[in-house]
Design a binder for this molecule. Sequence first.
Ligand SMILES: [Zn+2]
Length: 348
Amino acid sequence: MNSFFIEFRDPLFSIIIFFSIIFTITFFSYWWNKYKRTEDSKYLDKFLKQFASLPSKDELKVLISSGDISEKSWLLLAHSYYKSGNYEKSIEIYNEILNICNSKNRLETMFLLGKTYLKAGFLERAKQIFLSILKTNPRTPEALKSLLLVYEQMRDYKSALDVLEPLDELNEDISLEGNYLRVMAILNNDKISQDEKSQKLLYIYKTSHQLVYMLFEYLFLHNPTLAWEHFDHSKSELLCDILWKIEPKDLNLDIISQNGYLRELYSARGDVDLAKSSSIFELDVLIKLGGKAKATLNFEYMCDDCKIVHPFAFHRCPSCHTIDSVHVECQLSKDFYKDIGDENNSFQ
Ligand SMILES: [Zn+2]
């Protein structure tokens, strides 16, 4: 026994005990941290899974009818689905809100549902929603404007023009909308000839001086002689992409030689040699290149109202629905057609 106590009191024994305690504490601390990390990770995964999968229609029904979350929050959620392009989920939420008998935001929800139907392309449903809003609230300009858009997309221009009447009574400016719808009705009328269409469009231009881009796009494509005859020199830059695409045989050299911008534009394209430089960078580069490089002009279309740029021309902005707000911007690009032309020539 004595020998044991002597060893127990040995300093070496104390050191061993000390390190054993440190090892045990470190081991448990390490194990506990690892266990906590695994538990936290499991909780996080479970939490994130709730957001990864969208609530089903039945789940939405239970959640919305329970009233645990305010209607405003549901409207915000539906709007965020709308913004991200998930119209189906957005429509489900609006419909469930409308199913609540004493909904406080009934009219607002109906309007948002109609807008979502319109955006998703359910035109008949959108029409029914806006008509039902107007039945109880006929003096609602936003609902009238949305109904007009629905009729326009349905190509029912007569009904769209009828909507302008109540808008006029509400002191809304309907002149541009009216002319735009009349032009759309002419363009989509298969019963009248191209010449008749050109004359009708020209009449609208002469009497309103609106929709220059839209009208001259048609005229230069189908009746270039008439278009040049009524060409407004001050609109040259607005129509630059239309002018750039005119066939060489349809050019009016008398008019081109009288207009500084046209001289530069067609010198840049290589049809004439009437300008040595241009204040517009893109045209100046093309004039200086003199057709020695495979370069041409490309066009982008910006809405003057919402400033969103589109790769194609539009007459009613696809984003903000403003009419006649297109602003054409040109940029230099590689001429791929010249490549194809050269390749075809090489086989000859
Ligand atoms: Zn716009």
